[in-house]
Write a protein that binds this ligand. Structure first.
Ligand code: SAM
Length: 225
C-alpha cells in the first residue's frame, strides 16, 4: 500500500475509534469526521456521552406536554429524537430534521426497527428546515446551532414555523475548553447566543445549569408589538 493511502486508512480508523474522550481540536478533524458517517454516528451515540449529556435529566427538565410537536433540528443519529418521541407518546410528534441524507437514512432505519410511529425524518435545506408555518411547539437544537450559516435569517424562518406560544430550546458547548466538543473557535458563547436570539425577537425564558460542558437555554418567541 502506498504511503498516502496508508495515512488515509489510519486517519479513518482513528475516526471510527473516536468516542467522547477528547475535544475536536481542528476544523480539519471536524470536517473529516463529518465525511465519515459511521464514525460521526459512533461519536454521537457513544455511551460515554450520557455521563455529561445527561439525556434523562434534559428530557425531564423540558416538562413535555402530551401531544406536543417538537422539531429536533440537526437530529443527527437520533440521540435525542427517539428519547423525545418515547416520552411524548403516540399523540405527540418529533420531526427529525437534518441536512445529511445519510443521517436521514439512519433515522428511517432506526424508526422502523423501534416501530416509532411518532417520528418523521425530514431532509432539510441548510438555510431552511422545510416545516409548515405555525406547526411546531418547540424547536430542540442540541450541538447544531454553530453549524447554521445565516443565523438571523434562519431564526426568522423558525419564528414562522413556531406556534404562537412556541419555544426554542438551545443546548450547545460553552465557549471555553471542555474535555469534549467542537473546536473552540466554532463555539458560540452563551452571552452571544442570548444577544443573537434577542435581536431576532426571542426572549430567554429559563435556563438549566446541570450540564457540565454545555449551556441549556429555553427561549420564548416574543409576539410583535
Ligand atoms: C453535532 S451533530 C448533533 C446531532 C444531535 N442534535 C445530537 O445532539 O446528537 C449536528 C447535526 O446537525 C446537522 N446539521 C448541520 N447543519 C444543519 C442545518 N443547516 N440544518 C439541519 N441540520 C444541520 C448535521 O448534519 C449533524 O447531523
Amino acid at each position: 500500500m502506498k504511503l498516502p493511502a496508508l495515512l488515509a486508512l489510519l486517519a479513518s480508523l482513528a475516526l471510527v475509534g473516536r468516542g467522547q474522550d477528547r475535544p475536536i481540536h481542528s476544523l480539519e478533524e471536524m470536517h473529516r469526521l463529518h465525511q465519515d458517517p459511521k464514525a460521526y454516528r459512533a461519536m454521537l451515540e457513544d455511551p460515554k456521552r450520557d455521563t455529561y449529556q445527561k439525556p434523562h435529566e434534559v428530557i425531564n427538565a423540558l416538562g413535555l406536554r402530551p401531544g406536543e410537536v417538537i422539531a429536533d433540528l440537526g437530529a443527527g443519529s437520533g440521540y435525542f429524537t427517539f428519547r423525545l418521541a418515547h416520552h411524548l407518546g403516540p399523540q405527540g410528534r418529533v420531526y427529525a430534521v437534518d441536512i445529511n441524507p445519510d443521517m436521514i437514512r439512519h433515522l428511517q432505519r432506526r424508526l422502523r426497527d423501534l416501530r416509532a410511529t411518532n417520528v418523521v425524518p425530514l431532509l432539510a435545506e441548510p438555510d431552511d428546515p422545510l416545516l409548515s408555518p405555525k406547526s411546531i411547539d418547540r424547536f430542540f437544537i442540541c450541538d447544531t446551532w454553530h453549524h447554521i450559516q445565516n443565523r438571523p435569517q434562519y431564526l426568522a424562518r423558525l419564528k414562522e414555523m413556531l406556534k404562537p406560544d412556541g419555544q426554542v430550546v438551545m443546548i450547545d458547548f460553552k465557549a471555553e475548553p471542555t474535555p469534549v466538543g467542537p473546536p473552540l473557535d466554532l463555539r458560540i458563547s452563551r452571552e452571544a447566543l442570548v444577544k443573537e436570539m434577542a435581536a431576532a425577537g426571542f426572549k430567554l425564558a429559563s435556563e438549566h445549569t446541570f450540564l457540565p460542558y454545555q449551556y441549556f437555554l429555553i427561549f420564548n418567541a416574543q409576539s410583535p408589538g
